[in-house]
Write a protein that binds this ligand. Sequence first.
Ligand SMILES: [Fe+2]
Length: 293
Amino acid sequence: MEIIQNGIKLHSTLDNFFDEVRINSGTIHHSKQEKSKIDYLDWSFVPKYEDDAYVVKRDWRKLSEKEINSLKAIANRNYYNTVYVGDISDELKEQFDALKFKDCLRPEDVRTCMQKDHDMTLKLSNTMQNYLNDFANEKPFHFHFIGGNLPNIDMVAADTNMLPPNHTEEDKKCMGIHNDGAEPKMVHATYKSGNRFTINLGNETRYFLYVNLSLTQAYNMLKKKFGVTTKQVDLYNISKLFFKHFPDYPVIKIPQKPYQYYIAATDHCFHDGSTYGMTTLDVLMIYFGKFQY
Ligand SMILES: [Fe+2]
């Protein structure tokens, strides 16, 4: 097993937070591990994966004291060198409750919840704006997404841009552990593109999975091992190259309970969301900015 390097840190003021964080022995090509199956409402299928998708191994264990100390963010936290986890405010919880997101059964129900109660949605949007100001570093931020994922998917991210607008859940192809598309498109500049504030609006704990290395660190590891040049490694192939050549590098699994948020620079590190083990709809809301605390 590889030892986690000093990389992207983890910060939370939640009680006993690190007791529930898990670490594993790395990643594996999706074809080599049995996939979780979706059996929910009228859906019954095994999700498809992209040809070169890598997924996380399931040998999760608690972190050692040493691992906790190397992950814990102590000083000099910023928006791209640390992942943050916390509870949202009671005021926000009440407003999300009022919109009844927890009653959503299907991904398309989530938008309907907001459209049904225009006044409450407007109120929520203002409360979010005020709330996120405290995390925003006086930098601009904006709403990005609200929606849902089906329960019991190992790795939820799928690129739907190539699919027709009327695509079904079965049509989606999971991309496996990945980095998001950044602007500008250079490995060494991905820290510039900010981070995301993601809130769990569902009924159950979902998971945020991440590798505690910046893309620059991952690039340097590849370069050291193979002497690759910037021409051979780019934002599109770096995750495949990394997981092919460093399958033993551990992944960190963070539980994100209902009404908790995580903040992470997802252009700048390998990550995914997971609904593995869940039985109800995963509902989430995402803002983009340069958040930290
Ligand atoms: Fe992503």
